[in-house]
Design a protein around this ligand. Structure first.
Ligand SMILES: O=C(O)c1ccccc1NCC(=O)[C@H](O)[C@H](O)COP(=O)(O)O
Length: 207
């Protein structure tokens, strides 16, 4: 954690890179993307999986049996759902013992209306930038829209967070803000993160 906030890095794939990123002080969660159309798609089990950081599996409108299969293979602690998954779908996965992060694409205030239906069946929300490919856009949305979110579920702020975001993140306050999600803006190539860029960014966030 940095300043009491969860730090999640999403879209990991290679064993050595997973190990390097996990060793950075403050890293709490590492994400694996199991969406075949993503450039960060991972199928093969890496030779190293996080030990200290929580393992998060990212899915888009996936069959629940496939999610269970990946959850067992990768020892997932959380599943992060980026499609049109219903509250009932989340409830059913939650009842298997998996923790649920439901992602919502945000572009306008009305995008927040549906989130309240998910309150009882999710552990965390993730607010991300609306885009065609479901996630990993590298673009930021207007965070002030989240001033209208007055639910109980804590959330991760996501979408286009980059090396220059530290000051804006320090200024952004919300009673339910639980942490930050980093992805494409910290990559050397899709699926490979730059540990030095992440370390420098987290030091700035801390200072
Ligand atoms: O990153 C992807 O390729 C992706 C594809 C489909 C669904 C979700 C995906 N990413 C999930 C994440 O949690 C990302 O970190 C989030 O969308 C923010 O990404 P970025 O804007 O690149 O920081």
């Amino acid at each position: 954690m940095i300043n009491g906030k969860i730090i999640k890095v999403c879209g990991m794939r290679e064993a050595e890179n997973i190990q390097d990123v996990e060793s950075i002080e403050g890293i709490d969660m590492l994400g694996f993307i199991f969406y075949p159309k993503s450039p960060r798609y991972v199928y093969e089990l890496p030779a190293y999986l996080p030990i200290h950081a929580r393992r998060v599996g990212v899915f888009v409108n996936e069959d629940k049996q496939i999610i269970s299969m990946y959850a067992d293979r990768f020892g997932l602690n959380y599943v992060q759902l980026h499609g049109n998954e219903s509250p009932e779908y989340c409830r059913s996965l939650h009842s298997t013992g998996l923790k649920i992060i439901k992602a919502f694409s945000v572009d306008r205030p009305k995008d927040l209306r549906k989130v309240y239906d998910y309150e009882k069946v999710c552990d965390l929300f993730l607010f991300d930038t609306k885009c065609e490919q479901y996630g990993g856009s590298g673009n930021q949305f207007d965070w002030s829209i989240l001033d209208m979110y007055n639910g109980h579920v804590p959330f991760l702020l996501s979408g286009g967070i980059n090396s220059y975001s530290a000051n804006a993140l320090k200024e952004f306050k919300h009673p339910r803000l639980a942490g930050y999600d980093l992805n494409s803006r910290f990559e050397l190539k899709p699926g490979e993160k730059d540990p030095e860029r992440i370390r420098t960014f987290l030091n700035e966030l801390k200072s």
